[in-house]
Design a protein around this ligand. Structure first.
Ligand code: OOB
Length: 548
């Protein structure tokens, strides 16, 4: 496929020989489970209460795949998925792959700016959307995007009457096309080809697309399912975005399905909703970002809920502070397993039998014996002394070798010998685990959701009232970080935060979660000795203001 950087043949050979890569497609592995655990419950929607068995889910995803093929979807065609946490997101995900297509895992809050970019950059032919999300008319968004993205032809809509030319996903799911067309006619993807395009955490002006191959992604979730010791007894709550790598493959939905467990999928991320769902469904495992755990620990009504079924919280996306980790067992009665994960592939996990200190104060060690990592001086790539602070670089059987259609950026983001430069600052713990201490990449981690500073700055600079701007993180006790925008106005201009955000939402059409939550007006930007913009000074400035 054009724009995809494959693994070098000698590495691919090694990964096969060692048994990491199975040369199966994701849907082949999923189909084995649909057959094996046929009458077990696979998915329950927390909101509608609808239960799907393994057999039913497998059959519905095949049905939808046949419809997609009949509507013209071809092998390796890209389809953007933007469905919130309801069963259709997983059905569409599996169906696109069963039809040979490649789903692009967009997030529900993304707007015209982001989705339009993905469509144009990937030449996507398809888009799957809810009719309305968070008061936004997604069908109107799709119609607008189609004007500038010639490739986009197939729009599937869930939860509302489709416009002319769009298709109702719910109707396709109700139409037994398999009685008319043989499922054997569906094409088979090459297991070395990209299976899914994930989104990068983002440090650049536009988000990058991350091609995960069948071989690498299957290994990723099977290995994770082992590390978290998942079994058919497990009931896992997912209330973070299902499209996210964490919820999908670490071990996520696919890891759980490989072991025969049941997922409770919820579209409400609040601690209150999580506690209700845990009690109602006797949830054993909860995939959560640290902000959700803090929200539950500090919730005034926690004692009203029976959380005794909970065995393990899997957490990552942002740092779990040790003070919070130490409260989990006494207050919530369960274990916690930390993962330092990246959509690009690298995964570091604490192990369930590690000593308490290691489980609570480190972010783990590589998931696979095939993973290589080093901690380096960013400028030179020289390894630092053991225990010293440096940038984490990774390479291995489930770590990409390049972003999709991004040759120029790849030359900077990967070392010549193929290590992914994570941008995370870490140190090696004496046990061989790593501890995350900070980052050199310019993004804001808002409760696990990454926001590229450059991307927001570019949108802000398009505002005619603004001369210069810089976005930095400001500390937040629950989310960890939020976006603060520093702005220098053009002479005689005025600006408030609501006015700026109105511009970003209405004119630039970006996702709401990226909006600055504080605006600071400056006469001029602070500079370093060498005349560069001084973001360290800006971060300090806002942190001090917040303390006063
Ligand atoms: C996950 O993936 P992304 O791609 O959204 O974000 C990756 C970045 C990392 O480079 C790091 O900066 C941060 O998120 N991060 C953590 C962390 N886990 C991720 N920082 C500190 N402590 C942690 N435990 O966020 C992701 C992917 C798979 C599983 C879990 C999370």
């Amino acid at each position: 496929m054009d724009g995809h950087v494959s693994y070098p043949p000698e590495f691919a050979d090694e990964y096969r020989k060692k048994g990491y890569w199975l040369d199966k497609t994701i849907t082949e592995v999923m189909d084995e489970s649909f057959e094996r655990f046929a009458s077990n419950p696979l998915l329950i929607s927390a909101q509608s209460g609808r239960v799907f068995t393994y057999r039913e889910f497998g059959a519905l995803s095949t049905r939808l795949a046949l419809h997609l093929k009949a509507l013209g979807l071809k092998l390796y065609d890209r389809v953007i998925l933007q469905v919130p946490n309801q069963p259709e997101v997983l059905l569409a995900y599996l169906a696109v792959m069963k039809a040979g297509g490649i789903p692009i895992m967009a997030l529900p809050p993304h707007q015209e700016a982001e989705i339009g970019y993905f469509a144009r950059h990937s030449d996507a032919v398809g888009l799957v959307i809810p009719s309305i999300f968070s008061k936004t008319d997604k069908q109107q968004m799709a119609a607008n995007i189609m004007k500038a993205a010639a490739s986009l032809k197939l729009v599937l809509v869930t939860g509302g009457e489709p416009r002319e030319g769009f298709h109702a996903l719910d109707q396709l799911l109700a139409d037994p096309i398999e009685e008319r067309v043989d499922a054997e006619t569906l094409p088979r993807a090459n297991p070395d080809a990209p299976a899914v395009l994930q989104l990068s955490g983002g440090t650049t002006g536009v988000p990058k697309l991350i091609p995960r191959t069948h071989n690498d992604y299957v290994y990723n979730f099977l290995c994770n399912a082992d590390i978290s010791r998942l079994s058919r007894e497990n009931i896992m709550l997912v209330a973070i975005p299902q499209e996210h790598n964490f919820a999908l493959a670490c071990p996520g939905f696919m890891g759980l399905v490989s072991r025969g467990g049941c997922e409770i999928l919820s579209s409400v991320p609040s601690p209150e909703a999580a506690m209700k769902t845990i009690q109602e469904h006797r949830v054993t495992h909860w995939t959560a970002v640290p902000a959700m755990i803090i929200g539950m620990l500090n919730h005034p009504d926690r004692d009203k809920y029976d959380l005794s079924s909970l065995q393990l919280i899997l957490t990552g996306g942002s740092k779990l502070n040790p003070e919070v980790a130490y409260r989990i067992r006494p207050e919530l009665g369960c274990d916690v397993q930390q993962v330092l994960g990246m959509a690009e592939g690298p995964l570091f996990w604490t192990r369930l039998d590690d000593p308490e200190e290691v489980r609570f104060t480190t972010q783990g060690r590589p998931q696979s014996p095939g993973d290589e990592f080093k901690i380096v001086e960013p400028a030179t790539g020289e390894e630092v002394a053991p225990g010293a602070l440096g940038e984490l670089w990774c390479r291995g059987p489930h770590t990409i070798r390049g972003y999709y259609r991004a040759a120029e950026h790849n030359a900077k983001a990967f070392s010549p010998d193929g290590y992914y430069k994570s941008g995370d600052l870490v140190r090696l713990h004496p046990t061989g685990n790593i501890v995350v201490e900070g980052r050199i990449k310019d993004c804001i981690n808002r409760g696990g959701e990454k926001i590229s500073a450059e991307e927001i700055e570019n949108h802000i600079l398009a505002d005619p009232r603004i001369d210069n701007c810089a976005c930095v993180s400001m500390p937040d006790p629950v989310l960890g970080e939020r976006v603060c925008a520093f702005v220098v106005l053009k002479p005689g201009r005025e600006l408030t935060l609501p006015e700026l955000n109105h511009f970003l939402l209405e004119e630039r059409r970006i996702a709401k979660f990226k909006l600055p939550e504080r605006l600071e007006l400056l006469g001029a930007m602070p500079l370093t000795n060498v005349g560069k913009l001084n973001k360290v000074a800006l971060r300090q400035m806002v942190a001090e203001k917040l303390q006063n």
